[in-house]
Design a binder for this molecule. Structure first.
Ligand code: 8Y4
Length: 278
């Protein structure tokens, strides 16, 4: 039913799950030790992710891991915009910008961003208007609480129903602000204010969100739920991450956000080959 996402300058095929490669440009990112803050290294990383089969590159200049400090606007702009411009100049690839600040959204849109990825689902001041003033799609992610405190006693009546209600409210807010429904991607926000049981429940029931008829994005790569489940440090979570990618895709996720692009693309090829024989 959902066959593509309409980005103004190109159509993203969603008939088969797509891989979004993570490019971190935060100096304190504990996953990559900060080495990608260097511009040239960031571009090499992008080139490799494209060669490995990523169709979207997600650039984040604000660390949203639990307990992370907030980043000021000037630093975030300085980290994200030059990398965005260089990628759009050198490569034919969709770029999403992971930000919750209206000023960064507007600057990124002006610099050629294809998608806004907001873990706060456009709830900060000016964000609805910033996206409404463009033609590009937006990913609305669910988070309970804020990164500094979100893992301290997350609580839901029913995690699936509560997130479904949140999606319906945010879709309505977007449509009222002038963001067409066709421009919206939904993401339940694995690890963002959720216990292990709530994350597992979400992954087991991800297909429920298909009833909203919008593309679904899932981000589980290297997250704590995998580390805690398997008792693995962050650099030893590849097998766990790949299994969650397979599960999410099998439940109908359209976009999988990952660090390990080559391995995830292989996993999705296997799924696609088998699905063709159903
Ligand atoms: C190791 C490396 C352990 C990274 C944890 C992490 C999502 C997202 C993030 C997501 C969407 C992260 C920006 C958290 N997660 N955006 N962003 N969906 N749409 N942690 O799940 O990757 S940052």
């Amino acid at each position: 039913m959902l066959n593509h996402l309409n980005c103004p300058n190109s159509l993203l095929d969603l008939s088969t799950p797509q891989v979004m490669g993570i490019l971190n440009v935060t100096p304190d990112s504990f996953s990559d030790g900060g080495k990608f803050t260097h511009f040239e290294h960031a571009l090499e990383q992008v080139e490799r992710m494209i060669a490995d089969g990523a169709t979207i590159i997600d650039i984040g200049g604000e660390s949203t891991r639990p307990g992370a400090a907030e980043v000021n606007e000037a630093d975030e702009l300085a980290r994200v915009i030059p990398v965005l411009k260089a990628i759009k100049q050198r490569f034919d690839i969709l770029v999403s910008i992971d930000t919750s600040k209206a000023s960064v959204m507007s600057a990124a849109i002006a610099a050629g961003a294809d998608i806004i990825n907001d873990v706060r689902a456009l709830q900060n001041d000016g964000c609805l208007a910033a996206v409404a003033n463009s033609k590009i799609p937006v990913c609305l992610m669910h988070m309970q609480g804020l990164p500094s405190t979100m893992q301290n006693k997350p609580s839901y009546e029913n995690v699936i129903c509560d997130i479904m209600m949140f999606f319906k409210q945010r879709i309505e807010a977007c449509v009222s602000a002038g963001i067409a429904r066709e421009r919206i991607i939904l993401d339940p926000g694995f690890g963002f204010g959720k216990t292990m049981a709530q994350n597992l429940n979400l992954l087991a029931n991800l297909s429920v969100f298909r009833e909203l008829g919008l593309p679904i994005l899932a981000g589980l790569s290297r997250k704590s739920m995998i580390g805690n489940l398997l008792n693995r440090d962050v650099e030893q979570r590849l097998a766990g991450s790949l299994s969650t990618a397979m599960l999410a895709a099998q439940q109908g996720a359209h976009i999988i956000r990952v660090h390990d692009v080559q391995e995830t693309v292989d996993v999705l090829k296997v799924l696609k080959a088998v699905t063709a024989h159903r």
